[in-house]
Design a protein around this ligand. Sequence first.
Ligand SMILES: C[S@@+](CC[C@H](N)C(=O)[O-])C[C@H]1O[C@@H](n2cnc3c(N)ncnc32)[C@H](O)[C@@H]1O
Length: 312
Amino acid sequence: MSDFVHKPVLAAEVLAALKPTSAGCYVDGTLGGAGHAAAILATSSPTGWLFGCDRDGAAVEAARRRLSQFEGRFELRQGNFADLESWVPLASCDGVLLDLGVSSPQLDQAERGFSFQREGPLDMRMDRRQPLTAAELVNTAAQEELARIFWEFGGEREARRFARALVREREGQPLTSTRQLAEVIERLSPGRGRKVHPATRVFQALRIAVNDEIGSLERGLAGGLKLLRPGGRLAVITFHSLEDRLVKNFGRVRARDYTFTGGVDVPELREPRAPELKWVTRKAITPGENELAENPRARSAQLRVMEKLARV
Ligand SMILES: C[S@@+](CC[C@H](N)C(=O)[O-])C[C@H]1O[C@@H](n2cnc3c(N)ncnc32)[C@H](O)[C@@H]1O
């Protein structure tokens, strides 16, 4: 598959954050087309090391081809970045990158079922070895569960109405294709979707649910921090507010010099402890005009960078 092309987002900013050196060890938990990985390996030449993974077997194969010039300086595996701790040595790395979401090839290949603009099976699995597909979810989940998914993962205001209509529709015939699902949502949304297609949020929500993206991110952040040496950096690129909120909250909690129990932060009941990290930049880094002009898919990207602190 020679057409596996994904333009890396915020590439210069990622390099500025991770500052790869030839003595360094780096992790790319979302290889995709390996644009970031290649940049990290090139910048850390001749001896910098990279551990890389992607849930998508096709991405890992493409990455292996793309990185062949750096042979002997990386180890790549197909897998979830939530499981990196199981094979990357703890406290061994100087930088970890997570560039979330889907890649251009995943979106563009109709048979992957990620896009409502292309007729394909309702699949949406990043890892095609996984049994759960979007079709299975749409055709078997309870109405309330679908409504929760559309609302929580898509912020879809019509979540309940869409869920009710989909359950009615599937009683007639199962929903098996992307266009079939998109058309049901279009029918329910007359006059909507001038700027944003009315099925955008439903598709995003299903993708997040099918791939357990929120659970993976929570585990991936906690695990990513464990892989770092003190002074190492965790760089995360998000593409929607749900992910960004999660990253921001993770950083905020781990940067505190105290903990508390019971879910309510009462100053008198705080337990002091050493913070685990500090923010490298206060605000999220976003693409500049030049990048946006060249790559419209960078539109909603936000990069946040944290640095692991020495344990006292
Ligand atoms: C935006 S693309 C990454 C692009 C890459 N940085 C590049 O330069 O080409 C996101 C990739 O992350 C993968 N992915 C998403 N969630 C993942 C997870 N939890 N574990 C591993 N890979 C994941 C997707 O399969 C996709 O290939």
